[in-house]
Design a protein around this ligand. Structure first.
Ligand SMILES: Nc1nc2c(ncn2[C@@H]2O[C@H](COP(=O)(O)OP(=O)(O)OP(=O)(O)O)[C@@H](O)[C@H]2O)c(=O)[nH]1
Ligand SMILES: [Mg+2]
Length: 265
């Protein structure tokens, strides 16, 4: 993989832990997880519930969105996965209740169809693109967006274009994930995170390395999502807490806008 220089007007990074506080990773037990509904378009979805903030998972076809959602919810088959790209065709919503240290927290997780499935017919590609832009551009009450990139490869032109288009059109906080990290040797992982970060113009520490196979990165990803939702209190007992080993990602103490919104939106 080769890196790409960050653009001169590189945005400030998405959600990142506070430089001043070492926080203990959220204790994210799952109280409940259930399929809610599939919708063929954003217009047909019921309004987002303020009691269960909506977090959507976006990425190229086959990048591992559905598998990641199963891992996040500690379920094996709740979300349908497939070796064949282009499997998820509808907007699928799941309700999950987390047991945090001091409270329970309900969220709505959204498994989106993947973009960039080259083998699909032109008509299917157009339909998927309309569905995705309808959701991403028009979903009122979308609280956070988790954008997935395959850690093994440099982001594609379509990945970067999608990232940049969202920067302009979607103001909710974003979290970046490098998927399938079990396929990248530990020694090379940071280098691969760096390649993704440079392509997007964010800090290396803002790329969460994740494996749906081993569930590596799961606590850190929950922490980033909760921070994106402005739920910092749910992830820390006190300022003096020791960070769990998984939290000590490279640059985890680097500057960022914890709990804030990605700029440039
Ligand atoms: N080794 C490894 N394989 C993974 C991982 N996550 C997903 N996969 C595999 O990648 C393939 C695609 O996974 P999905 O979760 O269905 O991908 P998706 O992004 O939902 O795909 P679409 O719905 O088609 O857009 C499956 O064969 C998964 O088993 C991972 O962390 N590690
Ligand atoms: Mg899928």
């Amino acid at each position: 993989m080769t890196g790409r220089a960050p653009p001169a007007d590189a945005p400030s990074p998405p959600v990142s832990p506070s430089p001043l506080r070492r926080r203990r990773i959220a204790d994210t037990g799952i109280v409940d997880a259930a399929f809610l509904r599939s919708s063929p378009s954003a217009a047909l979805m019921p309004p987002a519930s303020p009691d269960a903030p909506e977090v959507a998972f976006l990425g190229k076809s086959n990048v591992g969105k559905s598998s990641l959602l199963n891992a996040m919810m500690l379920r094996k088959h709740l979300v349908k996965t497939s070796k064949t790209p282009g499997h998820t065709r509808l907007i699928n919503q799941f309700g999950v209740t987390l047991q945090l240290r001091r409270a329970q927290r309900s969220l709505t997780l959204v498994d989106l169809p993947g973009y960039g499935f080259a083998q699909a017919s032109k008509a299917d590609q157009q339909a998927l693109s309309t569905l995705l832009s309808g959701y991403l551009g028009g979903r009122v009450g979308l609280s956070a967006l988790v954008h997935l990139f395959d850690l093994r490869h440099e982001p594609t032109a379509l990945d970067v274009e999608t990232w940049e288009r969202l920067m302009a059109s979607q103001s909710c906080p974003r979290v970046v994930v490098g998927t399938k990290c079990d396929r990248v040797g530990a020694a090379k992982r940071q280098q691969h995170q760096k390649v993704i970060a440079r392509a997007l113009g964010i800090a290396t520490a803002d790329v969460v390395a994740f494996s749906a196979e081993s569930r590596e990165g799961r606590p850190l990803l929950w922490q980033r999502i909760l921070q994106a939702l402005g739920d910092g209190a749910a992830t820390a007992d006190s300022e003096d807490d020791e960070a769990a080993p998984d939290a000590a990602a490279p640059g985890a103490a680097a500057g960022g806008n914890a709990g804030g919104r990605a700029s440039g939106a």
